[in-house]
Ligand binder design. Sequence first.
Ligand code: GLP
Length: 264
Amino acid sequence: MLVVLKKDYDDVSREAARIVAGAIRAKPHIVLGLATGSTPQGLYKELIAFYHEGSLDFSRATSFNLDEYLGLAPTHPQSFHYFMEQNLFSSVNLPRERAHVPDGTIAGNYEDYCERYEQSIKSAGGIDLQILGIGRNGHIGFNEPTSSLASRTRLKALSRETIEDNRHVFANESEMPKCAITMGIGTILDSKRVLILAAGRSKAAAVAKAIEGPITSSVSASALQLHPDVTFIIDEEAAYSLTQRDYYRHVLEMTKLFTPERLS
Ligand code: GLP
């Protein structure tokens, strides 16, 4: 696990964009795992800027989003489809037929739908690079506390904390979805590489538990300790509760010296 400490949110976004753009240039047929939320917005802005200046091409890439609220149509302004359209898809040349976001409007056979989502990821060759944010309660995707560390894409009931964190963007609480379709922790752990971003003091406790705490289903992100290629990119505020900040800086210096390819 690499922990990259950055000054602020803008630096986190720039560093993440450098790594994601490098991965796309190195493998134009890349399969990306994408996240929503306020955290990756800066990263997406940087990627769009690279695309506009002609240094990045998404034409051969494929993407799979982590999650979607159940019951929201793709045109709903709070849906993750809409978010991706506004924050990335409409501004780059990623072919729409290869930009997958779970369908929040399915009704009925959820298991069958989720199994097919898993199959499409496998058929595409698996996720090369998964981008993640982290919830205040340590969730990744919508894998709320106590999600099985082996879970796959499925329908998940949202926790009270997540509903509270997100309901301000809905007109009233009754509009806030109570369930979502989300990739599982097992699905995320199957990605070849994981990049997880966090900024702000509100994420400090979750980040510390994810990096330095025990592996537990109470903090979904702690499962990333089991993954062989995870990079946390976090700002000073999100790093506030980490006890080993100096060591992470040292590891980073040594990585730059001896295995610089790990940072590209
Ligand atoms: C939601 C999403 C997560 C995201 C989290 C944090 O719950 N399902 O993928 O990481 O919110 O969001 P934000 O980046 O806005 O803090």
